[in-house]
Design a protein around this ligand. Sequence first.
Ligand code: MSP
Length: 502
Amino acid sequence: MSFYVTTPIYYVNGEPHLGHAYSTIAADILARHMRQRGEDVFFLTGTDEHGEPVAQEAEREGVTPRELGDRYAPRFKEMAAKIEASNDFFIRTTDQGHMDRVQEIVQRVHDNGHVYEGVYEGWYCPRCADFKTESELGPGNTCPIHQIPLTRETETNWFFRLSSFQEDLERLYAKRPDFVQPDFRRNEALAFIRQGLQDVSLSRPRLKWGVPVPWDTDQVIYVWFDALLNYVTALAYAREGEDLTGRFWPAFHILGKDILKFHAVYWPAFLIAAGIEVPKGMFIHGYLLMEGHKMSKSLGNVLDPDEVIAKFGADALRYYCFREVSFGQDGQISPAGFEARYETELANEFGNLANRALAMTERYRDGQAPEAELDPAIAADFEGAPDRVRELLDEARLTQALEEIWKLVRRLNQYVEETRPWDLAKEDGEADSLDQVLYTLAEGLRVTTLLLHPYMPETTGRLLDALGEPSRELAELGSQEGGRRIERIPPLFPKLEAEPAA
Ligand code: MSP
């Protein structure tokens, strides 16, 4: 089976921040989990470089949009690497391979009779690159997302006949109840569709920065269609001499709630118009909020992932984002919140468990996992957990799956407290019990760590090596024999240095 997962492509009009990293980490966790299951995985991320959001920022800074893209695209690429994203390709919408295919597909939609020329008048947000309907307007004709004044635009442009896809979309939603997840987002999208769809601009006449409309080169393709098409075009040219479309399409999309309408309404309609299969599905996440507001460049309340990583490490960041905020909902994050979870959960619960298991095996059994039977109490509590994690991740329930795994961490800690191996080690005649406890601990920890691997690839990789587990595949979840070499390693999550007093 194949699994193709995508992130939104990010505007190159500023430095990447934690809000961007969030979508990428989510997609990465799914990609890594599916690879662990032996699926044929393709994971795509990249940058959105055309259109007004980029052109306006370039103008403000007195550089060309291309220069801005060349400055920031590498920053997004570096961010992906720093947060340990295992993407198989990084697309830039300025790639010739992308632009050629955008033109081909848009031409096809035109030839299929879904495009006409018309006049548009409406309120436009240059940062969203979106016309707002009356019901979407903020107070005093402002953008509800960016809180900036909207501009009144009247222009002749090419339209995509979105209105004629209303029934197709309603049918799609009826036939595929999980097409958009979570359900409350699906209902939101469906309500938008049912209220009646209006045709949308497919081109912009005044903007010069974009992919030319193939039959009218005075206009450029509206940035949203250019951008959405990245999910399809990348497969055709990501590997030289190989078209991956048949192998991986359709995709599963991860995106934030701000761009629901484009993905859940425009995109499937456009694909139907082009004669391309609609996506497998999509999961819409909420916002990471700082001091009550969406983290965003225009509001200036951004947390720099580099700083967070320098202090806590990329794995801790990955963990925190999906533990603190239920994936799908909005949630507050804060440096103090990071620190608290780092100390109590990563250092004290998981780190300490790992440390104890490794240290006791070294001390009492010369670093050799004993040959024994799994303690039935732990076996029973672990029973079914891996399947539950799989099922939750099939639905991109990243926080709930992590919660299931964390129950195992806590259960193992409790097991150490209950069995008190340090007492068993002192008592004559308890050698078999101690063998069983140490074997069960090593085994429980190995299973838990394999399940955690997609969330925290680096630290869990080190721990799996220390536990003598060379594989990262979930096929290895079944019990392993004792007798493996177990190595002691430095703390996975070292205590944070206290801040020097000011
Ligand atoms: N370029 C478009 C997307 C095109 S996809 C075909 C775009 N870019 S963006 O850079 O503005 O934001 C992209 C995504 O970043 C958002 O959808 C969301 O997934 C993520 N986030 C940006 N800020 C965020 C938060 N504060 N919190 C969570 N995610 C946020 O829109």
